[in-house]
Design a protein around this ligand. Structure first.
Ligand code: FES
Ligand code: FES
Length: 215
């Protein structure tokens, strides 16, 4: 059978001027030439000088009522610094481009995407993360409301949702359902727990006003 194949190749060589084996070896040689040429062009494209490491700046952030000094690169986002430099991993990162809201924190009382905020921009601001809503070992009222209303499934969006609600209630302590929908519209929940999230926001408003629980 192998013999037949060789005969076939040789016949093909007679008619086309190149055998299958010859074709493969030529292609191999061509590929080697291309590889050598690519390597040569990649080497010629290499920068002749090594890039300098970006200098770090020492900044002070006020996070959850505490002043924290941290060395940052100017390009670092607040979400990166909170999580990777300060260990506040309650702040989640989803899209990292201002679409999902998982990274929401309060900056001067307003919900903000920390993935779209540079750490150096937040130096003079009051930053609150989900950890800062705790009352010692106890949950704060908005956190408590999310637990009570079972307002999460996987929980990845939950920190951002809680801070969006917290910020909304800071501006409007008694929102209507439509106002709640608008208030958390910058926060996506891919588990689709919206109905419970809206109920949690209503419950958080009650708890903050001392209705049916401690404020
Ligand atoms: S991670 Fe910041 S908006 Fe999605
Ligand atoms: S609970 Fe899973 S994304 Fe909202």
């Amino acid at each position: 059978m192998a013999h037949d194949r060789r005969d076939h190749d040789e016949k093909a060589a007679d008619t086309s001027g190149i055998s299958r084996r010859g074709f493969i070896s030529r292609v191999g040689a061509g590929a080697a030439v291309v590889a050598v040429a690519s390597k040569a062009s990649a080497e010629s494209a290499k920068p002749t000088e090594t890039m300098q490491a970006t200098e770090l700046s020492r900044i002070t952030l006020t996070v959850n009522g505490q002043q924290r000094q941290v060395l940052v690169e100017p390009r670092w986002t607040l979400s990166h610094v909170l999580r990777e430099e300060l260990g506040l991993t309650g702040t989640k990162v989803g899209c990292e481009r201002g679409e999902c809201g998982a990274c929401t924190v309060l900056i001067d009382g307003k919900p903000r995407y920390s993935c779209m905020t540079l750490a150096v921009e937040a130096q003079d601001a009051d930053i609150v993360t989900v950890e800062g809503l705790m009352d010692g070992e106890d949950l704060g009222p908005t956190q408590e409301a999310f637990v009570e209303k079972d307002a999460f499934q996987c929980g990845y969006c939950t920190s951002g949702q809680i801070l969006a609600v917290e910020g909304m209630l800071g501006d409007n302590p008694n929102p209507s359902l439509d106002e709640i929908r608008i208030g958390v519209s910058g926060n996506l929940c891919r588990c689709g727990a919206y109905v419970h999230i809206f109920q949690a926001a209503q419950r958080a408003a009650e708890l903050k006003q001392g209705v049916g629980g401690e404020s």
